[in-house]
Design a binder for this molecule. Structure first.
Ligand code: GLA
Length: 383
């Protein structure tokens, strides 16, 4: 950690923290915008994340502070809580709300957060804060939840408290991540396999476009609704719980039911992206890195043209990667509309890549991107 959280806690609350926890962020290697369509996704936890120091208080209040934000927020112990504007503290408050609704007796706790995941970068800083809070309280107060319970609770906070109709991928990834492994997760059944990420002569580069994700939430919910429309139309002929029950071949038999071009494009992305993840999982298992890279580019192209969640900044990064000889695959990761792209970059070219990408990106977009070489890390821990 870049800072001494214990010291900051003492400065903030005039006492020592009782426990400190870490929860990671995540990148998704492939399988974008299909978790809420019951698809297969392949995220991994990263070593950037959220630290949380806590200690009980006797005032019966929840007090939230983050080293990253100005606001200091207090809430009295109640039987139900509601969202407080656009404050970051809604994430921990939402978790407490779920615990209280579930009959847990929690009151009087001081929180200090610190995160090094760039906010709004598509690396799941929000899922990281949610799981950090849930994991810490569950551990400290012996609430008796297992990790999957915490994931479901955090997703419910995102959907019902925050108002983003997201799938389960991010919360699952940050809770179940393991060092040097990807999670191949079936979002319908929640069955998953941990797969070694053996990148051989390559590293995983994360490129933050530094583009704020304006209107990302409303556009995200719009995409979720578009997929639901496609599902309804297909259900006139077949019985489906979600779009990812179809592969591309079966989809072609029924896609005539979708007349609206936009809805058809959205569904086409979903079905083909799910097929790509199946291929990518095989490629990763058999050391087919070139094939994996090809699938990453195909995924980006589909997110750009069919699903329309990319943008000039993400496209500039991926376009550059495509022309750079020592990158074998690149794509946007996460919700899109700005945020981060990932690239498989040959070892030894980190500096050269960063320099040339920066020149290209600044000339095209007007401000620099940030480039990190990412390590795949573990899920939540008490430190
Ligand atoms: C966000 C959501 C996830 C997922 C991705 C897109 O990160 O929180 O549930 O839908 O976007 O794949």
């Amino acid at each position: 950690m870049e800072i001494n959280l214990q010291e900051k806690f003492a400065e903030q609350y005039y006492k020592n923290a009782d426990a400190v926890y870490f929860t990671p962020g995540r990148v998704n290697l492939i399988g974008e915008h299909i978790d809420y369509n019951g698809g297969l996704v392949m995220p991994c936890a990263i070593t950037l994340g959220t630290w949380l120091a806590i200690a009980p208080n006797t005032e019966g209040k929840f007090r939230f502070k983050s080293v990253n934000f100005e606001e200091f927020v207090e809430a009295d112990t109640k039987s139900t809580y509601s969202k407080n504007g656009g404050l970051w503290s809604n994430y921990p408050l939402g978790i407490i709300n779920e615990f209280v609704k579930d009959g847990k007796d929690i009151s009087g706790m001081d929180f200090l957060f610190y995160g090094n995941i760039p906010i709004g970068s598509g690396l799941s800083s929000s899922a990281s804060i949610e799981i950090a809070t849930a994991f810490a309280l569950n551990d400290y107060l012996n609430l008796g939840y297992d990790k999957l319970d915490l994931v479901k609770i955090a997703k419910s906070v995102e959907n019902n408290f925050i108002g983003l109709n997201s799938g389960i991928m991010d919360q699952f990834a940050v809770a179940f991540g393991e060092k040097d492994k990807a999670i191949v997760l079936d979002c319908e059944t929640l069955k998953y396999k941990m797969v070694d990420v053996n990148l051989g002569n390559y590293v995983l580069a994360i490129i933050n476009t530094n583009k704020p994700r304006e209107l990302a939430d409303s556009k995200y919910n719009e995409r979720v609704a578009e997929c639901q429309s496609a599902l309804q139309l297909l259900n006139k002929e077949i019985k489906l719980n979600n779009l990812c029950e179809l592969n591309a071949e079966k989809f072609a038999l029924h896609s005539h039911l979708i007349e609206d071009k936009t809805i058809l494009d959205r569904a086409t992305h979903v079905v083909k992206e799910n097929d790509r993840v199946h291929m990518a999982a095989k490629a990763l298992n058999t050391g087919g890195l070139q094939e994996f890279g090809r699938l990453m580019y195909a995924s980006h192209q589909s997110l750009r043209t069919l699903y329309e969640v990319s943008g000039p900044e993400l496209d500039a990064v991926v376009d550059f990667c495509y022309t750079y000889p020592n990158v074998i695959g690149a794509r946007m990761t996460g919700a899109g509309f700005g945020g981060c792209a990932i690239a498989l970059l040959e070892k030894g070219f980190e500096e050269d890549f960063a320099k040339h990408l920066t020149d290209y990106y600044v000339a095209k977009i007007g401000y620099p991107a940030a480039i990190y070489i990412s390590q795949i890390g573990n899920g939540p821990v008490k430190l």
